[in-house]
Design a protein around this ligand. Structure first.
Ligand SMILES: [Zn+2]
Ligand SMILES: [Zn+2]
Length: 919
């Protein structure tokens, strides 16, 4: 039966077919290994994309790298778990649905909380799977049977359990605190969600009259509306200008409230007037000073950033409108002493761009220091490795300067905080299940806030493995082996996973046999969520610009896949991913790798054509044999066989090495050079004569050559499979004509180097022959010898062994270099024109005697025509006044020079034609 491989390589059809097949056959589903199992384990968590997400280049890079590492481990015999899921993404998802409501002329308040949350679930059901569907197209070899959503019932239960435990341990507290408040989202946001921007603003000076005197104190501010909430003026105790005012009061303009003058280091004598206003409810530093002096905290705004009743006459105004009015009134009443331009840094909400208001509010916090200590130590002790190494120090620095984490969000979508407040006695009840009533008999009401999204995603390494129950999955797969992620979520996510893992999994032990087999025998701490973190680079555009919607330079990976195929796109990202350098994505590279896939495709078709003609049938791959190192079923009979076998083993060693240290680019480039250069360009050419048999004896040798070719091809496909999973599957399946004993190449064995198959002599000899062939080819090119013209060559080799080698491989040299006769010269040919000299031989292309005058005349005449056309075109342009007046001067200059050169070439060509006596 002939092997079926369509003539043209069309990635689209192949890729969707295999992606579906892998999922249908559940090839990447991992049942929990039973006790006693000793195979090594490799486990990795997919950073869960937001349920609102669409696949972008960052995902594509991230998932390509993960899939390469995962497939590589699976093929090396690891029990390999890649766990996928999506994140409910509190703010992002809520915004998405709110936007939908806005377009219907409604708001979430019109619906009410319950109906709104129902609406979000509906949205999730309809659209939430989009990003995972896109992942399926990439061929990501995840275990779809274990897919989770962060708001699944079991994961939500685990979240409540964590909250209650932390609360009971005194690590969660509730308090009034200065938070970054987004008036658009009406929620507190974390420091990490605030983007700071330098802007041109103003600095206003305001005079506060001292009560019962004629003096005033002047203070400066960039947010004058907050003065409505001032509760003190601070001066520095050492500042002698104000010593006489200690203990006195000032009258707060506009509000007519008396507020004390306090001494505090908040006021620095060298800055401005040395006095500052203190607004504990609207500034983080003032907040701390307020606590030191027991000052009242007067919040003058509401959740939407409008002034509230505490702002007196300004109540109801938006904060910026209030600013204008406050300034007008201060000016009118003579309290505004100056207005200056001023550069200041303002914080904006990362998601909506609204200016963040530092504001006092009731929030829930995690006391972070105790958690951070262990998380820091785990990295310092080397229980977790962070690659590249520079991120390790960044992580440690951050852990040193960390402060309490505000975990409550005033959203409706998310894990609701399991806390209730008694309407009668105000007691706070934190519980796993809804309490029926308070101890005092009062009715209880649940706190409306939900948890920061990163709270639940920080727990995923163990909650996805069944925690809080103790499960076999945890014994086997925890700690996970690796995390591959982007730098931007190192703190949001990676650090939190480490903190939570080290805390909640303390005392956990991985199955000792599996741990040892997996190579972690030297690690003491099994509470860490992963053993290694690999931080990948950014994908930028071809000009190295960061991609952004506003710049309009966003490259859509699905569009690239549509054009060049997933395999070529994956290969591009792998080949360009040198650690620590961003990728300047250039689709011409992808085009090149599509050509690489095409080259492999054509090589496969060539192989199948010969296999069918010769009647060789590939033996079903035998797992035991494949597991052995090197290539099995390969009989190295000839120099080229010994050479390619040796080269294959070297590339296998290099690729395994590169993948072990995340040098994806080295792995990809090594495979590329081997497959295209050594295998397709050299080996296939060299074995062609053996495949073309005439008689029965030759047929036997052709069959051996066939077996070698098929086994080498099989091994090379396996080597390439993690980077280009689809084309390798297609060809590999075709080799066995649908009779492969394994369901997929993904389950076959990854090639490992066999020292015994390395053949230094063959490599050296082959290098000499390649050198000779390339030298002749180059000489031919220089002498402009037509490809079909066979030429005699002369060789001088000082060592007899080299002459013997060339003699023995005479046919190969003749075929590959277009040589008709090889003669050996007694002396060096270095000085002969038309020769090349290398350390091992001199070669001379004998051409002069061999000129085909008719062909040369034809060629020269054609060339002459081309030159004359060029001259005519140039003259036409130079004779065109309109062109001359519009074209830049250098263009005109170049054209003139070009004309001169063409005239010289024309002369030379004419004289050659004359010499040859062309008719
Ligand atoms: Zn916002
Ligand atoms: Zn009560």
């Amino acid at each position: 039966m002939p092997h079926e491989l369509p003539k043209a390589y069309e990635p689209g059809a192949i890729e969707t077919r295999w992606a579906d097949y892998w999922i249908r056959e559940k090839l990447f589903s991992v049942p929990t290994p039973p006790p006693g199992e000793k195979r090594p384990v490799f486990a990795l968590l997919l950073p869960p994309p937001n349920v609102t997400g669409r696949l972008h280049m960052g995902h594509m890079l991230n998932q390509t790298q993960m899939d390469i590492i995962v497939r590589w481990h699976r093929m090396r015999g690891f029990t390999t778990l890649w766990l996928p899921g999506t994140d409910h993404a509190g703010i992002a998802t809520q915004m998405m649905v709110e936007r939908q409501l806005t377009s219907e002329g409604k708001s979430r308040r019109d619906l009410g909380r319950e109906k709104f949350v129902e609406r979000v679930w509906e949205w999730k059901k309809l659209y939430g799977g989009a990003i995972l569907d896109q992942m399926k197209r990439l061929g990501a070899s995840v275990d779809w049977d274990r897919e989770y959503f962060t708001m699944d019932e079991n994961l939500s239960r685990a979240v409540r359990e964590v909250f209650v435990r932390l609360y009971e341990e005194g690590l969660i507290y509730r308090g009034k605190y200065m938070v970054n408040w987004c008036p658009w989202h009406e929620t507190a946001i974390s420091d990490l969600e605030v983007k700071h921007e330098e802007v041109q603003g103003k600095l206003w000076e305001i005079r506060y009259p001292v009560a019962g005197g004629s003096e005033s104190i002047t203070v400066a501010t960039t947010r004058p509306e907050t003065m409505l909430g001032d509760t003190a003026i601070a001066v520095n105790a050492k500042d002698e200008r104000y010593t006489h005012l200690h203990g006195k009061k000032v009258l707060l303009p506009l509000m007519n409230r008396e507020i004390p003058i306090i001494t505090d280091e908040l006021a620095q004598p060298e800055f401005g007037t040395g006095a500052v206003k203190v607004t504990p409810a609207h500034d983080p530093n003032d907040f701390k000073a307020g606590l030191r002096h027991n000052l009242p905290q007067i919040d003058v705004m509401d959740d939407r950033g409008r002034m509230n009743a505490n702002a007196g006459a300004y109540a109801g105004l938006d904060r910026f409108e209030a600013r204008t009015r406050v300034l007008e009134d201060l000016r009118e009443q003579g309290f505004l002493t100056s207005e200056k331009d001023y550069t200041l840094s303002i914080g904006k909400c990362d998601r909506c761009g609204t200016i963040v208001e530092p504001r006092l509010s009731e929030q829930w916090f995690i006391k972070i220091k105790p958690l951070a200590e262990r998380a820091k130590a785990a990295v310092e002790r080397g229980e977790i490795t962070i690659v590249p190494d520079n991120y390790r120090q960044i992580y440690l620095n951050w852990m040193n300067s960390i402060y309490d984490w505000c975990i409550s969000r005033q959203l409706w979508w998310g894990h609701r905080i399991p806390a209730w407040i008694c309407g009668r006695c105000k007691e706070v009840i934190v519980a796993r299940e809804v309490p029926s009533q308070c101890k005092c008999g009062g009715e209880v009401e649940q706190v409306p806030d939900v948890l920061d999204t990163w709270f639940s995603s920080g727990l995923l390494p163990f909650t996805t493995l069944g925690w809080p129950e103790k499960t076999r999955d945890q014994e086997v797969f925890y700690p996970t082996t690796l995390l591959i992620t982007a730098y931007e979520i190192l703190f949001f996510w990676v650090a939190r996973m480490i903190m939570f893992g080290c805390h909640f999994m303390q005392g956990h032990h991985q199955d000792a046999a599996i741990k040892k087999a997996s190579g972690w025998g030297d690690k003491k701490d099994d509470s860490v969520p992963f053993r290694e973190v690999y931080i990948h680079a950014l994908v930028r555009d071809a000009e190295r610009q960061k991609m952004s919607k506003t710049k309009g330079n966003v490259i859509d990976p699905l569009a690239i896949i549509e054009r060049f195929g997933t395999d070529a796109t994956r290969f591009t990202l792998a080949a360009m991913a040198a650690p620590g350098t961003d990728i300047a994505f250039n689709e011409s590279r992808t085009e090149g790798y599509r050509a690489f896939a095409n080259k492999i495709w054509n090589a496969a078709r060539f192989m199948f054509m010969n296999v069918d003609r010769i009647g060789y049938s590939a033996a079903a791959p035998d797992r035991e044999n494949q597991g052995a190192k090197g290539i099995s079923g390969f009989t190295p009979n000839t120099l080229e066989d010994r050479w390619i076998l040796s080269r294959f083993n070297r590339v296998a060693a290099d690729v395994n090495d590169a993948l072990a240290t995340y040098r994806f680019h080295e792995a990809a480039n090594r495979i590329y050079d081997f497959f295209w250069g050594e295998f397709c360009d050299w080996y296939l050419e060299l074995i062609k004569p053996r495949l073309n048999f005439d008689d029965a004896a030759d047929k036997k040798s052709a069959q051996v050559a066939c077996a070698n070719l098929v086994n080498l091809f099989d091994a090379s496909l396996r080597l390439l499979h993690p980077v280009m999973p689809f084309i390798t599957e297609e060809i590999w399946q075709a080799i066995y004509e649908g009779e492969a004993p394994l369901k997929s190449i993904a389950l076959a064995v990854y090639p490992q180097a066999d020292e015994k198959q390395i053949d230094l002599a063959a490599e050296t000899e082959m290098a000499i022959l390649q050198d000779l062939i390339v030298s002749v080819r180059n000489l031919r090119a220089e002498l402009k010898i037509e490809p079909r013209v066979k030429i005699p060559i002369e060789i001088f080799a000082a060592e007899p062994a080299i002459a013997k080698l060339i003699e023995e491989n005479r046919i190969a040299v003749e075929r590959l270099a277009g040589v008709e006769k090889i003669a050996f010269a007694p002396d060096s040919l270095a000085k002969v024109p038309g020769s090349r000299t290398t350390a091992r031989f001199d070669v001379h292309v004998i051409y002069e005697r061999k000129i085909d005058a008719t062909a040369e005349c034809e060629r020269l005449k054609k060339e002459l025509e081309k030159i004359e056309r060029g001259i005519a075109n140039g003259q036409k342009q130079l004779g065109n006044d309109q062109f001359l007046s519009k074209a830049p001067p250098n263009v005109v200059d170049n054209l003139r020079k070009q004309q001169e050169e063409l005239l010289t070439v024309k002369e030379k060509t004419l004289s050659k034609i004359g010499e040859l006596g062309c008719s």
